[in-house]
Ligand binder design. Sequence first.
Ligand SMILES: [Zn+2]
Length: 547
Amino acid sequence: MGDIVHDQNAEQSRLAAQHVERLLEYGQREGLLESGDEYAVRNALLDLLNIAEPWSGPLDTLQAQTAPNGQASECGAEAPVTGPIDLLQPLLDYAADRGIIPDRTTTWYDLLDARIMGLLMPRQGEVIRKFLGLVSSGDVQKATEWFYRLSSASNYIRWDRIQNNEYWRTETPYGALEITINLSKPEKDPKDIAAERAAPRSGYPQCLLCVENVGYAGRINHPARQNHRVLPVTIGGEPWFFQYSPYLYYNEHCILFDKRHIPMKISEQTFIKLLDFVQQFPHYFAGSNADLPIVGGSILSHDHFQGGRHRFPMEAATVEAAFTHPEFPTSSIGIVHWPLSVVRIASEDRQELEKLAAGLLSSWRSYSDSSVAVEAYSGQGETRIPHNTITPIARMNQEGKYELDLVLRNNRCSDEHPDGIFHPHQELHHIKKENIGLIEVMGLAVLPGRLKQELAEIRDVLSGFKQLSEEELGQADHPLNKHAAWIQRLQSSVGTNMKPIEAEQLLREETGAIFLQVLKDAGVFKQDNPGRQAFRRFLVSFGCLVK
Ligand SMILES: [Zn+2]
């Protein structure tokens, strides 16, 4: 009996050693390892996985299992390389068999796969040297492409999960909006949730963005980042870092963050930094979330931007009213035809544009117009609470000018709209109730993963495969209860005899239309006559002249 177990273990180890060789081969092919690195990396992998001896046979027959690159994803982004997840999986299973990790949950697998890939990674200094070398050869696009590929090859960008996202476009009077259902973040195992709750609180790293995440081993309630590398960038004269997002929402979705863990703050410095970045990386846009709750992003505690190489619906939207300003003679100023309230300014003169943006920001911060429910402050004097801010987006436009889209935001709440007057209203929460941040503002919906299953069930109701009584739908704990009004409206307009594919298409269009309404709710000046006039009044109050 003991001999059989021993033989099984020996065979398992031999197989694992084979997978180690395949991973080394992958690392060499993807340029993670340089020639000569393989000896030390092999030994480090054998040590981590507690394997006594390396594989010594041929590997030819195994190579075919590692596909070449080019996995297409629906999110408008394409993986530059097939990640190593197929190569890692057997090693993770092996580690679980051998008790190297205590459980077979996604959390433990994620902690170990980052650790394994970390052993294959070039050091941060080597990554910086290579990147700066490519930049100094005059091709910054080639430099970011190289870093994007590295961040994908390292499994830091989780292409295997990003490809689970649903993606479609919905035509609207404002252009085609982009809709994604975000399925890339794996659901937590209840065992891990319990373990997380029991885990001691730690203040290191201070947050998910902090540079101290580079190489961090992770823990049950913080992701492992041994395979994570960041690049230094100087913007507005200050040290920041550049990285990609592990769960991309669009092509080359990158994140820029301050070296210091300091809170988000929209100021003239924000415009200077954003424009400095797009000057250095002209193939990328960069934008910041607003700095107030409700209208800001999910992380307000660490100043950061998001950028990337993607033309969002808002960028394609046209200017519907043009203005000039005597103090900013080279700058164009326009109101964008968009459900949110966007001032688009552009100039060849970067400094002039920075001053113009700063002027608009300070003017907006204190601007009120009670005819359209815009109030800059609540309360009085020292204790008054500010409500107005801006979500700014910078790019080099197609004419080669610096361009800023300044999205006017207000986070005031009322008795009628306790979650925010300019926030998706209650009746839309069945689709979207989270903050409307930078990415959504630009016309890309990031909808919660629960919707995949819910939309599939509603499709089945509309095509008669699933019976749903009014009584069932009325039960508060029924998963479709939140959609009850929507389902009843759909049933009475299209019945319950649709072809499944048509029902699915209808639901996609309906979801897109609801997202448009979400954006309209977030607009401070509505796209109607009173709203348009109020928007013009704001610009005129700042000194703009109708062109
Ligand atoms: Zn931080």
